[in-house]
Design a binder for this molecule. Structure first.
Ligand code: UDX
Length: 437
């Protein structure tokens, strides 16, 4: 099928290439000329494992092109809207400027039977409003909402073989038409028995924010237990193992540490709170404010541990910060707890040297005042303390004896509870975990 993807960021670029992989013909549109120029050469503008490969193979088929010119969507039957919905400055609400602009830009190019498919994460009620705008345009096009659950680092796999598909469609014939088109697009996943939920607009929009709210709550739950562990001498990692054996709970997303970040979880729970307040149901999700507050406190805990480990001040101390991206296998530093810890330690007068396998460039663009190094040895050499904040495999598997031979002080703050405390202590280190004795 001929389809268009509007917005070629972490979501849209992967979606465009993956749809070609599934047999479709795709045009990817973005207003960012630099991004489009790179993608047109088959080069991803960000780090995502597996994306370079599928982009190259998709370009080779001749069925994938990129453009800044929206009129290139002509001939496509389905138009995916995959633009960003960042947090509005000075507010918790989502900024819908890009979604609205994408739909407005599409209108002159829509024809009878065309389908606009929203993928962006939006406040509940947006789809109904946009469906009204499309209906009023007299183009004969309709709308569906098809939320995306991809995780950065696993985006290609999550797009090609998703855990589930959700279609939010209108009632009656337009809904049946939308379902038929989406079934054609996702034929490969459906043939592999991927669960499918066909529902209304509001449910589809809410599924996405509810899923992210649940995940954020699970992480903050275990981080709240870490805070209790810290005043009782308990070990939150063992606690997580023990409760995780209960199938109803499960061990995943019970990783206590400096908490969640990235382009989704933090802004999505805030936007959800803002929208619920608009709907007069702020009380229903008031707990998400606590989830957010717990999350932000954990970064401070890692900073406080570093300060106290260095005798009450980090001034002039060399602190080696391992990790900048919000999680491993990503170069994304949006709302990254790791980058925040590095910046705050720098603000306290520490001589921070930070390293990350992929996150340096994006971090430098935001915080040029920090010292970055691509060389792990240089980062660690003569350090007064080592702070792990993103659990990249290359950090998790560090040999404490080797690191010990480089640093000035064997002090480690494990912000992701990724190191084996006993091994590091046995190698002469003073080890501090979050929520661990
Ligand atoms: C998330 C959702 O998982 C995905 O379904 C949605 O489409 C977008 O938002 P992503 O932002 O890529 O995906 O990251 P995710 O793997 O969910 O991790 C989010 C954050 O939580 C990271 O900062 C990670 O370090 C942190 N985290 C995760 C923890 O602190 N502890 C855990 O146990 C798990």
């Amino acid at each position: 099928m001929k389809i268009s993807v509007i917005g070629c960021g972490y979501l849209g670029a992967v979606h465009a290439a993956a749809m070609v992989e599934l047999g479709h013909e795709v045009v990817g549109i973005d207003v960012d000329a630099k991004k489009i120029a790179q993608l047109a050469l088959g080069l991803p503008p960000f780090f995502e494992p597996g994306l370079p490969e599928i982009l190259t193979s998709a370009m080779a088929t001749g069925r994938l092109r990129f453009s800044t010119d929206i009129s290139e969507v002509a001939g496509s039957r389905v138009h995916f809207v995959a633009v960003g919905t960042p947090q509005k400055p000075g507010s918790y609400a989502a900024d819908l400027t890009y979604v609205d602009a994408a739909v407005q830009a599409l209108l002159p190019h829509l024809g009878e039977g065309d389908l606009v498919v929203g993928k962006s994460t939006v406040p509940v009620g947006t789809a109904t409003r946009l469906a009204g705008i499309i209906a009023a345009s007299g183009t004969g096009a309709t709308l569906a909402w098809n939320p995306e659950f991809l995780r950065e680092g696993f985006a290609v796999k999550d797009t090609i073989s998703p855990d589930r598909l959700v279609y939010g469609v209108a009632a009656g014939e337009p809904g049946e038409h939308a379902t038929a088109l989406l079934n054609e697009i996702y034929a490969v996943a459906l043939a592999a028995d991927t669960p499918l939920v066909i529902t209304d607009f509001a449910t589809a929009e809410l599924v996405k924010v509810a899923a992210n709210a649940f995940l954020a709550t699970k992480i903050s739950f275990i981080n709240a237990m870490a805070e209790i562990a810290e005043v009782t001498g308990a070990d939150v990692t063992q606690l997580a193992d023990a409760i995780g054996y209960d199938n109803r709970i499960g061990r995943r997303f019970l990783g206590a540490g400096v908490g969640f970040g990235g382009g989704c979880l933090p802004k999505d729970i805030r936007a959800f709170t803002a929208r619920a307040e608009e709907l007069g149901r702020g009380d229903s999700v008031a707990f998400l404010k606590e989830v957010d507050a717990i999350n932000l406190r954990r970064r401070q805990r890692a900073i406080n541990l570093t300060v106290s480990a260095l005798g009450g001040s980090v001034y002039n101390a060399k602190v080696a910060v391992l990790g900048l991206s919000f999680k491993p296998h990503s170069d994304d530093v949006r709302d990254s707890p790791a980058l925040d810890v590095a910046v705050q330690l720098h603000g306290l007068g520490a001589n921070v040297v930070a390293t990350d396998p992929q996150g340096i460039e994006n971090s430098r663009a935001r915080h040029p005042q920090l010292t970055y190094s691509t060389d792990l040895e240089e980062t660690l050499r003569e350090a007064d303390a080592v702070v792990l904040v993103t659990e990249w495999p290359e950090f998790r598997h560090l040999d404490p004896a080797w690191v010990g031979g480089l640093v000035k002080n064997k002090i480690v703050i494990d912000g992701r509870n990724s190191f084996d405390a006993a091994t590091w202590r046995a190698a002469g280190w003073t080890y501090y975990g979050l929520g661990r004795p």
